[in-house]
Design a protein around this ligand. Sequence first.
Ligand code: MRU
Length: 358
Amino acid sequence: MATESIIVKDDQIFILNQLLLPTKVSYDRINGVNDAWNAIHQMKIRGAPAIAIIGLLGVSTELSKPDVEAQFDQQSDRLYEFIKQKAEYLCTSRTTAVNIRKEFNELLNFIQQQRQNNVSFALLIDSIRKYCHGIMEKDRMVNKKMAEYGCEHIRKNCHESKCRFNILTHCNTGSLATAGYGTALGVIRELHSNGLLEQAYCTETRPYNQGSRLTAWELLTDNIPSTLICDNMVAWLMASKTIDAIVVGADRVVANGDTANKIGTYQMAILAKHFSIPFYVASPLSTIDPTIDDGTKIPIEERSDLEMKSIGSIQIAPADMKCWNPAFDITPAKLITGGIITERGVINPDQLIQSYPV
Ligand code: MRU
């Protein structure tokens, strides 16, 4: 089992504080919606699936407080409005990843169904809490399925004569970004556990360094053969070594298959096309947003220029320099040449909505 980014123990929620990695493993307690919002906003926890999970668990902790029945006067409509409002608030913590909104929409539908079934207030609370906690197991199963489909597709479609593959990935999509195996990193884990991985290459992922701080740490912890490169080495890596496939994660895949993912993904996809290397996006169905037709309408989070001008307490650019720091970019569907790996199979981006109406 890979490192756990979220631990539920005696009904208490803890997250691995990713700001302290790779030098310190330390868990912070999440005791309510405000803690969850701050942890996501400060990027103590990040990655589209993990953001959604901690959002729901944050709401669940609110419902475990002793005075909860009195707080809503046992009125299920008040409880529903409370959760709806908290969901809206939590969705403001980071704006590009769609999973948190989709998971809350499903939770709100579930609550409405329960209300229609006239369950008692105590049972309603109990069922909501169970639903929120259940998202962790669901994510683990989704991760495993994606890993199996991705591994099989790469085995069958990339360089048939080969028995071990070199895979390049970007950012962090592993157990730190999910409740389980990971998405793109889950595919790499699966290749490794089937004896099919030669080498995983991961980029540093400037400016926040999720690749060097988090992915490199996960790969080493799991003894997966791996090599770290700087982001500006990707073209030369492809030119000078054999890269069999690129597998990245996603924060939002829209109806036409255009995909938002960590800044730097787009340039990798362009290079993959140049070198005829299959480019895969590992995206659970919870990352697919059919309400947006194409990538131009995806909101892109822009972050503080301090992330670019310093590393820890060390200044690396003139303090007064103007910067532009988009946290994500959009890869056009036509560059996703390997396919989109989901928990229901690997699909062509242009058949996304026909294949899997979500
Ligand atoms: O800014 P981050 O670290 O939250 O960005 C994470 C990514 O871009 C991941 O590739 C994506 O969320 C998928 S995680 C399974």
